[in-house]
Ligand binder design. Structure first.
Ligand code: GRF
Length: 193
């Protein structure tokens, strides 16, 4: 990706559905000197998402859309993002699948973070399935979003060793801590920084 102009940071929206710990890490990163992006918008499909509180903390605009009528919500969203000059989207625990049409409008500009070593363990309940299969390693992946779930080009991955004593919760925590470092690193990589 090429930076738009001069030292203008790329205006980015983060889409969340829950806790928003990755949003927090991205918002912090965006304040650093080396960040090629600024976080200018938070989108959620869930008005109860805890992560929406970061809108106030980091002074970021937010919008909640229920996605019950996906087409309608997406069209609204597209016009809001356009009005706010959003150029890039980071999905961070966003539990809705975006339509082909929406993805096309931001072609090559939507990133996602997934808590497994893709292409293994796409979809939900990754830690549970990983433990059931007695894997020795899991991890997290930042990838570009295409029309197929968790299948776009991989940008960066971080491997995490699984210990015998690990539970779904302990593994989830270990991986999440790595996610917070991986997402900013992946963004730097996307911008060749
Ligand atoms: C993360 O594990 C992310 O990989 C997955 O959903 C979780 C979101 O966590 N897609 P948070 O809302 O960023 O804390």
């Amino acid at each position: 990706m090429v930076l738009s102009t001069g030292d203008n940071r790329v205006r980015t929206a983060v889409f969340i559905s829950g806790t928003g710990s990755n949003l927090k890490s991205l918002a912090k990163f965006s304040k650093t000197k080396i960040s090629p992006i600024s976080i200018n918008f938070i989108v959620s499909n869930n008005y109860k998402a805890k992560g929406l509180n970061y809108a106030k903390e980091f002074k970021i605009k937010k919008k909640v859309l229920n996605f019950k009528n996906k087409k309608l919500s997406e069209n609204k969203l597209l016009s809001i993002l356009k009005k706010n000059n959003i150029e890039m989207i980071c999905l961070a625990g966003f539990m809705k699948i975006l339509s082909k049409n929406f993805i096309k409008k931001f072609k090559g500009k939507i990133l996602n973070i997934h808590p497994s070593l893709l292409p293994k363990y796409k979809g939900l309940n990754t830690h549970q399935r990983v433990l059931k299969n007695k894997e020795k390693y899991s991890g997290c992946t930042v990838h570009f979003v295409n029309a197929r779930l968790d299948s776009g080009k991989i940008i960066l991955q971080k491997k995490v060793r699984i210990l015998k004593k690990d539970t779904e919760s302990s593994l989830g925590k270990k991986i999440l801590a790595q996610e917070h470092k991986l997402y900013p690193k992946a963004i730097l990589k996307v911008f060749n920084l």
